[in-house]
Design a protein around this ligand. Sequence first.
Ligand code: GLU
Length: 373
Amino acid sequence: MRKELLRKTKRIVVKIGSGVLTGGGNDIDPSFLEGLAEEIAALRAKRIEVVVVSSGAVAAGRQALGLSDRPKTLPQKQAAAAVGQSRLMRAYEEAFSRFNLKVAQILLTRDDLANRRRFQNARGTLDTLLACGIIPVINENDTVVVDELKFGDNDNLSALVTNLAEAQLLLIMTDIDGLYTADPRKDPSATLINQVKTITRDMERGAGSSGTSVGTGGMATKLAAAKKVVKSGVAAIVFAGKVKGNLGRIMAGDTVGTLFLPSGESLNRRKHWIAYTLRPAGSIQVDAGAREVLAKHGKSLLPSGIAKVDGRFARGACVRVLDPEGVEFARGIVDYSSQEIAQISGHKSSDIEKILGFRYGDDVIHRDNLVLL
Ligand code: GLU
């Protein structure tokens, strides 16, 4: 299975966490980067294109600023990232130049990817860099974003970049061997899971939060990232990044880390973008009947099935779609504003014009703009 999957893999995203890069809280570890460069050079020689998503700006900046602890306030983090990002890139440049590889820095914010034109622009830049044989090194543009606009963590960013780059595989380097049946730090009988077909709620519950003082992730965010990529028909592997040679072994098809298999039905890139990159501006709760036709029959959302609308948003916004219990089961782009929806909810589509004095169409969310989660 792995070998077959990897044979078709021509473009990969490699996500490197701060813990892997810094050796657990110290400054960037140059020997790790050199090993990484060597392995990426070997992949390039086999015509595999590699995009790197790298954390480590905050960790590197913290060292430079002489902060003993992880920066706590947002301005502190941003200052640390501003100092650290250039150090991070210098370290990449030095290590990669030994193997005749050039690197390019790309800093993204969630807003960049949520805007379709900027998304496509970033896509074009990535393609051009890869065609020139350059390794893009992507990080969040930490110095300009505020908390509520953040990707959250670089695991999430790496999943969105996988979609952006149309890569066939996401490799997440972390500080443990992969996903275990239980927390191996607490339970000695825990065993490594080699392959995951479906990410279950149990797995999600069992995945604790971050184990290190430098990264923001943990197994939970890795699972969330894996879930996003498998939905678009792409595989993900979570593995121990510090073990030298692991990247090469994985690409040779060896059983290293945990492989998350692509799910059967895959979202196209646009739907993936709606589901995961756009930020929902509000929510629409539907009744049981509407839930059924949306979830089971792939229909559009009509005003008649809407029970409640929350938040203020304009036509064209992305919203969460909730079932009668308040659980989100879909996301979509609305054709009417929140105020208009409040007026037409519960009514037949044929009454829209009578109520509003105009109509855009029958649907509040057209099926092409609706994604089941
Ligand atoms: N962007 C942050 C950094 O470079 C890391 C965020 C994360 O690791 O999730 O330090």
